[in-house]
Design a protein around this ligand. Structure first.
Ligand code: DER
Length: 235
């Protein structure tokens, strides 16, 4: 339906416009929008030359399912271009990620990428008028045995709420990321966009925090599929 269509439009446009003849090492993100990125990459006539770096087990499956060559992040100190989704994209191209509990590996790949391109449907763009992220929560990946301490730290830092992400029906107990970590969802209310970096730096310094879902100054471009079938491209 509309949302899926807009994801596909954004993903295909992003791949068509950002994979150049010389690009070989390609980062593949996680989530439901990058499904279409992998599909498009698999359709390109020179797909054999690509080595695709995954950001999760799901991402690995996308690479293999589309007949693309799987590479390891340990093999490359630079990725030509990476594509990933986001939970929210603000007017400065800062992101909230982590909805899929893959944020550490996603950030690792993004940090190695010369070009980081975000693809999303229309639900993900922060309304310009707000001046803060529309979503009030940020996912934080933590070392499992630190979660009680980090929860307390987050409340001391002013969080309105902080909860360990539960796996629900998928398994008894908390969500465990593909890197063996837990995820805490912390709500700091309306953070003005010019305060996100400051908060992120405090969060990242907490002992036990692996990475946060704030991707500040990572994305170079974003492709957002709109309800009317048009595409908004931000850079
Ligand atoms: O976990 C993440 O950051 C993913 O990129 C994810 O949140 C994007 O979600 P979607 O593409 O399924 O909307």
């Amino acid at each position: 339906e509309l949302i899926e269509k807009s994801k596909k439009l954004a993903a295909f446009a992003a791949v068509n416009e950002n994979v150049s003849k010389s690009d070989r090492i390609i980062g593949v993100g996680s989530g439901s929008t990058v499904v279409y990125v992998a599909e498009r990459l698999g359709q390109l006539e020179n797909k054999e030359k690509f080595i695709c770096i995954p950001t999760s087990f799901q991402s690995k499956q996308l690479i293999l399912d589309n007949g693309l060559r799987l590479g390891n992040v340990e093999e490359f100190d630079e990725i030509d271009v990476a594509f990933d989704g986001a939970d929210e994209i603000d007017t400065n191209l800062n992101l909230i990620k982590g909805g899929g509990a893959a944020l550490y590996q996603e950030k690792l790949v993004a940090s190695l990428s010369r070009k980081f391109v975000v693809v999303a449907d229309f639900r993900k763009q922060s309304p310009e008028r707000l001046g803060h992220f529309w979503r009030k929560g940020v996912p934080i990946e933590v070392v499992p045995n630190s979660y009680v301490k980090v929860l307390k730290d987050l409340f001391k830092l002013g969080a309105n709420s902080a909860t360990l992400r539960d796996a629900g029906k998928a398994k008894a107990g908390p969500v465990v990321t593909d890197n063996g970590n837990f995820v805490i969802d912390a709500d700091f209310g309306e953070i003005p966009l010019n305060k996100v970096k400051e908060l992120d730096e405090k969060l990242i310094r907490l002992v036990g925090v692996v990475e946060t879902g704030f991707f500040v100054d990572y994305a170079e471009k974003a492709y957002i599929g709109n309800e009317d079938g048009s595409i908004t491209s931000l850079s």
